[in-house]
Design a protein around this ligand. Sequence first.
Ligand code: NAD
Length: 261
Amino acid sequence: MFLKGKTAIVTGSTSGIGLAIAQALAAEGAAVMINGFGDADAIEKERAALAERSGAGALYDGADMSKPDQIYAMVERCAAELGAPDIVVNNAGIQHVAKIEEFPVEKWDAILAINLSSAWHMMRAAVPHMKAKGWGRIISTASAHSLVASPNKSAYVAAKHGLAGLTKTIALETATHGVTVNCISPGYVWTPLVENQIPDTMASRGLTREQVMNDVLLAAQPTKQFVLPDQVASLALYLCGDAAAGITGANLSVDGGWTAQ
Ligand code: NAD
């Protein structure tokens, strides 16, 4: 229970990678604030299970990560009701797949807001708390798409490359304050986000479901295996430990060899 006494906020943690990270942090005794959309009863079940697992409390906040006011209110609510955040995991993210000439402007705006600007606002709100404590961990879920591109994902690739740059900048700004700032860049992880983009990719490329799985999604992943949410969560947990105090400004791949090519 090496995170006993620490408080963590994990954005986009009602599902997929974020939920796995929240569960891993809670299992080490952190109080956790979860966030994201979904069925209210299912979220309450997860929240109660996290509170039980951590023994230090768990809260849910439904802040919409595309709305800066709601982000700042969530961080302040966390500080007031659970403890000032020691650990922030910027994980909320959405995807849209289309050629640039067909890409809806509102999807570009939403992806930039949720996948990139929300992390900037979270850091802006949380860094003063971390500097005051002389300890902090900021981890963002970037993507292999923070390092390389794929067609038809202009907004996602731009946002994730931006997130990697933001990570480096804030790592430099906090380097002497006991705060580390890193991003984890998964390849394809088997979560609802991946499952939900299959129909769009089928339509935009005229492929079957099996062709999208094998020839598009796993085509770039040399292991030919999806990464698992728990594998990403294990690295996030490692980054929260003392052993990782010297890792800051890094972009760590968990991508089955994708970006080695
Ligand atoms: P997911 O769809 O399972 O989870 C996304 C989470 O974000 C959910 O909790 C959802 O409710 C939340 N969310 C979406 N819009 C939001 C908003 N406006 N405000 C607050 N919460 C919001 O997806 P996932 O695959 O677990 O993705 C998590 C992160 O990992 C994303 O940033 C994604 O880009 C990144 N990622 C995923 C993969 C993958 O293959 N699944 C690969 C690389 C990176």
